[in-house]
Design a protein around this ligand. Structure first.
Ligand code: FAD
Ligand code: EPU
Length: 336
């Protein structure tokens, strides 16, 4: 294992932002983690990096970037349950396609979400009617405080919309080395998300396979979201805000077309993209930063933006949405 000094992170984050890391190391095995622990790397400043698709570097990183790069996918079948275990460094979409190729249903609605398996529980990734927490069974994680491994069950992770215990109580403490997903042979297919049904109809598919669903979802995503290999971005920059029903009803009285999704416990999720668009930000550019023309929730790097500039624009957006709707947007992207 090679610890490198003064490494550019530009190729390692999907915003394509230039920032330097004081130290950089790739972890390919659990032994590598023990070695780093013994070298006291976790007693100094460090950051765990997967695919860099949910981070914004606003300055150089004065510590060690630990990139998780272990590999391997296995499964076993027990009755009608399928347990699939993947190493944290596997690309998420490769895992989705491993499942599709083996005809294991469940993850197909989350096809083409960028990033790694190890990051999938961190913000409980989700898309097109599915959420990680529906299929997460357990994960194995290295405790950087004690140097020991621990297993977290689904319940332990305290998943909610775009959140888990790894973003709150245990933020920055545990390094996930593998995740086990529990799938079910008879999993009901989910095509209820409007855009999926429309696209299936267009393709004249009446009884879709999980492969059809993954292909349709991937197609919709490519139409809507910028491809990080050509336009730097980190997907939704903000979370969709969740507000009490009473507050929503007051807003709806003034803005009857406000996009909303009822949730449990008398709460309503609003579409942040709609709120941002209503404030006139869709497609707007400030210097090297642009709000995506097809999706106002996505901030993009036109090429030479700095992390600071992107952060600044996100601040302007938060202020405008607050002023117009009295709703506070929270960033989904991890700011460094
Ligand atoms: P990184 O960006 O490298 O890290 C994200 C966070 O996870 C950091 O806090 C990091 O420290 C932590 N982390 C990473 N790996 C580990 C590990 N092994 N152990 C402990 N902590 C770790 N997200 C969705 O939920 N749904 C979407 O539909 C979606 N669409 C997107 C579309 C685009 C075009 C882009 C660029 C992003 C999108 N995202 C979406 C966001 C992103 O893909 C997810 O958050 C993804 O899980 C991030 O994975 P990563 O490996 O790139 O994590
Ligand atoms: N909308 C607008 N204007 C916009 C964007 C959206 O009015 O510029 C409205 C549309 O009316 C649409 C609604 O908002 O009906 C929702 O839009 P969309 O279906 O694109 O989904 P989203 O809520 O903006 C969320 C996730 C995405 C995920 C999609 C699909 C969050 C923060 N984002 O976006 O996840 O892919 O749903 O399930 O929850 C990510 O987290 O990075 C991400 C891309």
């Amino acid at each position: 294992m090679d610890i490198q000094n003064n490494i550019s992170l530009q190729e390692l984050n999907t915003f394509g932002i230039y920032a330097a890391a004081k130290q950089f190391v790739e972890v390919k095995s659990e032994n590598d983690l023990f070695a780093l622990y013994q070298n006291h790397i976790f007693q100094e400043k460090f950051f765990i990096l997967g695919g860099g698709s949910n981070v914004l570097f606003t300055k150089d990183f004065e510590g060690t970037i630990v990139k998780i790069a272990n590999k391997g996918i296995q499964h076993f079948i027990e009755g009608s349950n399928i347990f699939v275990t993947a190493a944290a460094g596997e690309v998420w979409n490769d895992l989705v396609w491993y499942c599709i190729d083996h005809n294991f249903p469940g993850l197909e609605n989350m096809a083409l979400i960028p990033g790694t398996v190890g990051a999938s529980p961190i913000q409980n990734i989700g898309a097109y009617g599915a959420e990680l927490m529906m299929f997460f069974y357990s994960c194995r994680a290295f405790d950087t405080y004690t140097g020991e491994f621990q297993t977290f069950s689904n319940k332990d992770c305290a998943f909610t919309y775009r959140d888990s215990i790894f973003k709150s109580k245990y933020k920055g403490r545990f390094i996930i080395v593998s995740v086990t997903y529990k799938l079910h042979v008879h999993q009901q297919k989910n095509t209820s998300y409007g855009a999926i049904e429309k696209e299936l109809e267009k393709r004249k598919i009446t009884n879709p396979t999980i492969k059809d669903i993954a292909e349709v979802v991937s197609h919709i995503r490519v139409e809507k979201l910028p491809d990080p290999s050509t336009v730097g971005n980190a997907g939704s920059f903000f979370k969709n805000p969740v507000i009490p029903t009473a507050q929503f009803e007051a807003l709806q009285a003034v803005y009857p077309t406000i996009v909303n999704y009822p949730m449990e416990n008398n709460q309503i999720k609003l579409a942040a993209g709609w709120l941002i668009e209503q404030c006139g930000w869709k497609g707007k550019e400030i210097g090297e930063v642009a709000v995506w023309k097809n999706q106002a929730l996505v901030l993009t790097n036109k090429g030479k933006a700095s992390g600071q500039e992107i952060f600044q624009v996100s601040d302007f957006i938060i202020q405008d949405v607050q002023a117009k709707f009295q709703v506070t947007l929270e960033r989904e992207v991890n700011i460094l």
